[in-house]
Design a protein around this ligand. Structure first.
Ligand SMILES: *Cc1c(COP(=O)(O)O)cnc(C)c1O
Length: 398
């Protein structure tokens, strides 16, 4: 069954990815099954997306009920799930306004356009430069790519101007890059795709102070770190920093495409009617899914679960670093977004493949980073089951 599908895929899908010869068919909780009936433990959650795991009853019924009412209306009319979601997200993020779209990249575009147009309105149309960070990832459209600080994503796509990249964690370099043409500083609280690299303690606070000193905005990309993944609702909460605007996407609707840009009230006039929009954004279906996810976070204590199991994970990964000094360099991250950084001599891709063959799905981030980003519904015993598999594969790899 799957070999037929794999050969059809090889023939018709645009070959911009490198999937293994596996066709996944369904899941339950933290388990996934392929078309040949093999079971896998999901330690990647569709790249930190499947917050509630798979087939979570609350999400399934919210989607079924909303689909039976109305799926899509466009932005010509209000819909109740979207209004309720905006109110809830503003409360959870301490922001004042919410704009909805369908992906992280789109939310980034909205936030970048917001910051440029804010200064245009203020009579400073030449103030549009963004200070962003080396090794960052913000998405793949031309605007989001311009702020992304990694050559492997940018190469071949021509000039992407208007952005200055400086080393992540280096406040002096940020200071030196500032000027009266800078609209915003843009940061991920933990660089996800860059290899799960947390901002050093105090870094976000330092950025807040620099932005304030220059009259620039502080923008947070919480697409991967948001929605409870790090053990707080937002990654920036660990530093007690409130940005001017932030973006959420990945885990927000548990796998239904969604993006959200949230901002302070002072920016509510920057994108007036007609200046920005989205056909699908804010749909009743995606909004109902996000409400179900936020509801389950609350009723099932999932942010707390991410915090508590995150501490356990930090300890266990630390032990793996000690037990496998030849193959593992270090571990890092927070909550249920962590990585084991493998030694440069180890072929990280073959470790990932060996884990899959043993029934554990993980992703690579930043080249040598074995990223662990399971659904937030994971239990301690499921976490330990997967860590045991990592332990045995590392033991076999040296
Ligand atoms: C995934 C990601 C994006 C891009 O989101 P898409 O939904 O893939 O467009 C942007 N920023 C960060 C930090 C991400 O992790």
């Amino acid at each position: 069954m799957s070999s037929d599908l794999v050969s059809t895929a090889g023939r018709y899908l645009y070959p911009n990815y490198r999937q293994p010869d596996v066709v996944l068919s369904h899941g339950r909780g933290v388990e996934l099954f392929d078309t040949d009936g093999r079971r896998y433990l999901d330690f990647y959650a569709g790249i930190a997306v499947s917050t509630l795991g798979h087939a979570h009853p609350a999400l399934v019924s919210a989607l079924a009920e909303q689909a039976a009412r109305v799926i899509h209306l466009s932005n010509y009319f209000y819909n109740e799930p979207n209004i309720r979601l905006a109110e809830k997200l503003c409360a959870l993020t301490r922001m004042d306004r919410a704009f909805f779209c369908n992906s992280g990249t789109e939310a980034m575009e909205a936030m970048l356009k917001l910051s440029r147009r804010h200064f245009f309105d203020a009579g400073q149309p030449d103030r549009y430069r963004v200070v962003a960070f080396d090794n960052s990832f913000h998405g793949r459209t031309l605007g989001a790519l311009a702020v992304t600080g990694q050559k492997k994503y940018r190469e071949g796509f021509g000039p992407l101007p208007g952005v200055t990249h400086v080393p992540f964690g280096d406040l002096a370099a940020v200071e030196a890059a500032m000027g009266d043409d800078v609209a915003a500083i843009l940061v991920e609280p933990i660089q996800g795709e860059g290899g799960v690299v947390p901002a050093p303690a105090g870094f976000l606070r330092g950025l807040r102070a620099i932005a304030d000193g220059c009259g620039a905005l502080l923008l947070c990309d919480e697409i991967q770190t948001g929605v409870g993944r790090t053990g707080r609702f937002l990654g920036a909460e660990h530093d007690d920093v409130r940005p001017d605007a932030l973006v959420l996407a990945k885990g927000l609707a548990g796998g239904v495409p969604i993006g959200a840009m949230l901002c302070q009230g002072s920016l509510a006039g920057a994108l007036p009617p007609g200046s920005h929009g989205s056909t699908f954004g804010g749909s009743p279906l995606a909004s109902a899914a996000a409400l179900a996810v936020l509801g389950a976070l609350e009723t099932d204590g999932l942010v707390e679960n991410a915090r508590v199991l995150g501490e356990h994970l930090t300890l266990r990964l630390g032990e793996l670093v000690t037990e496998h000094p030849k193959s593992v360099k270090l571990s890092r991250g927070r909550g249920l977004l962590q990585a084991l950084v493998l030694d440069d001599a180890v072929d990280a891709r073959s470790v990932m493949i060996a884990l899959r063959e043993r029934g554990l799905l993980v992703t690579l981030a930043g080249g040598q980073g074995l990223r662990i980003s399971p659904p937030l519904v994971i239990t301690k015993s499921e976490l330990d089951e997967g860590l045991g598999l990592i332990d045995s594969v590392l033991a076999a790899s040296t």
